[in-house]
Design a protein around this ligand. Sequence first.
Ligand code: FAD
Length: 546
Amino acid sequence: MIEYLGRETFDLVVIGGGITGAWIALDAAMRGLSVGLVEQGDFASGSSSRSSRFVHGGLRYLRYRHFSLVRESLRERGVLLRLAPHLVRPFPFLLPVYKGGRDSALLLRIGLTGYELLAGTLGIGRHRVRSKKDLMREEPALRADGLQIGLQYYDAVTNDARLTLTVLLGAIARGAAAANYVQAVSWEKAGGRVAAVNCREVTTGAELTVRGRVIICAAGPWTDELRAMSGASSILRPTKGVHIVVARESLHTESIIAFDWHGRSLFVVPAGRHTYVGTTDTDWRGDPNGVVAAAGDVAYLIEAANAFFNRRLTATDVTAAWAGVRPLVADEGSPTPSDVSRDYEILEGTPGVYAICGGKLTNGRSMAEALVDRVIEREGRYFAAKPARCRTGNVLLQGAIADFGRYRKRAVADLVEGWGMPEESAAHLVDTYGTQHARVLGAAGPDPSLLASVDDGSPELLVEAAHAAAHEMVVTLEDFMRRRSDLMFFGSGLDAGAASRVAGVLAHSLGWDDAEKHRQTAAYQLAAARVMAFRPEVSEVATQDR
Ligand code: FAD
């Protein structure tokens, strides 16, 4: 990929391998444009692996009258449910209504009806009223005192990092070149317009020039940093969001439960053997790379969960936490971070350079469509061939199949009966890789030991690491533990045993010698310590190691 990036002159060079850059690469490649993409870290290592993982219209944005954003996001939810049914799934959400709460049941029902109307034919069912008795039976962890009724509706959930990777792999399958750990450091001009991006290979320090007719910055929270290269002013109001993870036994819910905490909507989300709670929303001014869950963020989320559930969570119940930066576009009228619009903006600067920022994981596809349309309209004369119209709304992503529900049932049964696989692993494989799950298992080759779980009883299998090394551009141990798989946050990935077993598989597949394997394991342990830095004893270790 790196060699290809250095050799070609691309129609578009995309800086940033988050969800926005990935969709731009796929959209442009499908229209027949040549595309090169560089990502300074791992793909999706920015905001696109740190979200709440909802593919949603955003019910709460109705409060701010952001109707067109909600409508667009609901449409995109419908599109994604069709394009990637293995990765984007409908999920029940519940709004418990408490005496003295911010919104009355009537207001919430009006909001939900509006939400359903905005979704139109792409809606996922009508909301239902649940009595207190039903709620106490279905969600016994909810605080009973003051509970009046609940309103249940449907939205969708995903795995953000894998969705991003899947979109990007689709772009590569259509001829795009994409490399992770390649950082754009400056751009060159020729004849009054941009001509190339100067890059640095992060792992080796080698320099690389990627030539292009148009440059797109899809750099999320790093947008201001990149725009500053050409003297452009800053446009972002970045905000930090933290999620905490606890074991399912500590806090268990069947639906995603949304509740209001001092004017903010928080969510409790069941995720296999775990549950996560999020999110905070506070202004963030530092380096996006430096964002971590602080003790205060964790305490805030614990306090909120304890207020709405009959549990007494403490920081020791928190098994992991993740923090991200929302690349929001500054908007003068918004007093608090939660008020800032989640809409996106396309900016033009140096001739031939475009930037896109803001938006959501949910509407990355439509953002890419709008950007590529704009670029073709303004820059079409620089491209060798006339680009086609956008087709990303119609072509299934890798692993998708039309009747996924039926396919899933059969595939899981085949794995359980034919391969003797535990049902949890079988379901995990089919939900993660869709129709590609057999290819993943094929990466075991003649070595049956790779078909074992990463950790005793965990649904993830070692063979997934071998597959990711061969087909998913894994460079580091953390890439696999944190983004190709969910082991870091939802598995036993923070303990050294699981990481060491995965490092063994990656070392074999990627040709790491013992020194490199040791280096990778140490770097991962440091990253794991940063994830737990909110605990004072771990914070000390992370600081010493740094
Ligand atoms: P990013 O994912 O940050 O990608 C930008 C990439 O550019 C990064 O990977 C970065 O490394 C790379 N880059 C930067 N500079 C350079 C350079 N010089 N050279 C090469 N590469 C570079 N949205 C939803 O729809 N649903 C949700 O539930 C949701 N929840 C959220 C919760 C939180 C806490 C946060 C933080 C966000 C949430 N979002 C959600 C928003 C969503 O995650 C973001 O809008 C989206 O991921 C932004 O994607 P992006 O590609 O624009 O940015």
